[in-house]
Write a protein of this length. Structure first.
Length: 210
């Protein structure tokens, strides 16, 4: 489900509706892809101190601040960042939250490898890293074995927009974006490669897709 660019609030409401439908087995597993309007989101474990911009600064920057129910601390979403929200039933032996998060990281690592980049993961600081810089954040919620929220991969994001927060509450590390390594990268190409790797990592049958 490719939403193009859409605000965070309406997308969150869509997620919640799809989660309830998935719990009732009314829809199949669904992957939402979206670019958000500029926003900082605070997860359940976020600390207020990790938002360093004042309310006046946020208004001047044109960035909203929203508290949400995903895991993790504070992060940024905006144009040039590909956000993926899988609405999936992960019920099954050995398929817990850690399995799910590790697979999301694997999808992104494999996608970046197709662009010639060797990315890494960190069990203490979840997400995907290139050296000391995070290129993709992970924050999820699972209720009755159905997932929501997901990953955010920086494709051609304006990195200065991270200036009002301490991303994910991690000090001493940086943020990077795919276009710094692949200057002519297109969002459409990244979406295509993400979908291909998502299907492979999560072992879906893609014979019915074009």
């Amino acid at each position: 489900m490719d939403l193009g660019q859409r605000d965070y609030d309406s997308t969150l409401e869509l997620q919640r509706n799809l989660v309830e439908q998935r719990k009732r087995s009314e829809i199949p597993d669904t992957l939402i892809l979206v670019e958000h309007d500029r926003v900082y989101t605070m997860g359940r474990n976020a600390k207020d101190d990790n938002v360093t911009a004042s309310a006046i600064e946020l208004k001047h920057r044109g960035i909203k601040l929203i508290k949400t129910d995903r895991g993790g601390d504070v992060t940024y979403h905006g144009p040039g960042q590909l956000v993926g929200y899988p609405i999936m039933n992960i019920g099954g032996e050995g398929k817990g939250v850690l399995w799910y998060v590790a697979n999301l990281e694997e999808v992104i690592c494999r996608t970046l490898k197709t662009f010639g980049l060797e990315a890494a993961t960190d069990r203490e600081n979840r997400g995907v890293w290139i050296g000391n810089d995070k290129i993709a954040a992970i924050g999820v919620r699972v209720t009755r074995q159905v997932t929501m929220h997901g990953f955010a991969l920086n494709v051609s994001v304006r990195l200065s927009d991270y200036g009002g927060i301490i991303p994910c509450g991690i000090r001493g590390k940086g943020i990077t974006s795919l276009n710094l390594f692949v200057p002519d990268v297109s969002m459409e190409e990244v979406k295509k490669r993400i979908i291909q790797r998502f299907v492979k990592v999560f072992d879906y049958d893609d014979s019915s897709r074009e």
